[in-house]
Design a protein around this ligand. Structure first.
Ligand code: ZN
Length: 151
């Protein structure tokens, strides 16, 4: 899959695709700006849903925006797939009880790991830690709708 002019990005995309296939997860790119989440039916920057019974999982990333942004989203959703696979505490807690603080903790851990991955694979994401911090600030404020109840 050649989606980027950056060889590092294309190598990472190919890696995510291979791992996703092994886990019965379909990696999909949408040409739009955002996609609708399966659970909340709200527009989102991307999402991951694990496979269940007969249905495959999905890792969906819209690429109709700046490349540095959607590559960051790809790293973020890839981390969610890894969290699901390794039964990560933050993932398990959020899946068993989806409250604001569990969601915030999940997203905080995810952005932390996504930034490490962006460094490790040299993805051209610009200032990823800055973007992560501003996303988490927005999340804490509730993104314009209701504020998250994070203690
Ligand atoms: Zn997330």
């Amino acid at each position: 899959m050649i989606l980027s002019e950056s060889p590092e990005a294309n190598r990472f995309i190919a890696k995510v695709d291979r791992e996703a296939q092994r886990l019965s997860v379909q990696l999909l790119f949408s040409l739009k700006n955002d996609v609708m989440a399966l659970d909340t039916r709200e527009a989102t920057d991307g999402y991951f849903t694990p496979p269940e019974d007969d249905s495959p999982g999905f890792l969906v990333v819209p690429i109709g925006k700046q490349e540095q942004e959607w590559l960051h989203t790809l790293a973020h959703e890839y981390v969610h797939m890894c969290q699901w696979f390794r039964d990560d505490d933050v993932w398990v807690k959020w899946r068993s009880y989806n409250c604001d603080s569990n969601y915030y903790r999940l997203e905080e851990a995810t952005e932390h790991e996504a930034c490490e991955i962006i460094m490790k694979y040299k993805l051209p994401c610009g200032d990823a830690p800055k973007r992560a911090a501003s996303y988490l600030r927005r999340l804490k404020r509730g993104g314009g709708s209701k504020p998250l109840a994070v203690e």
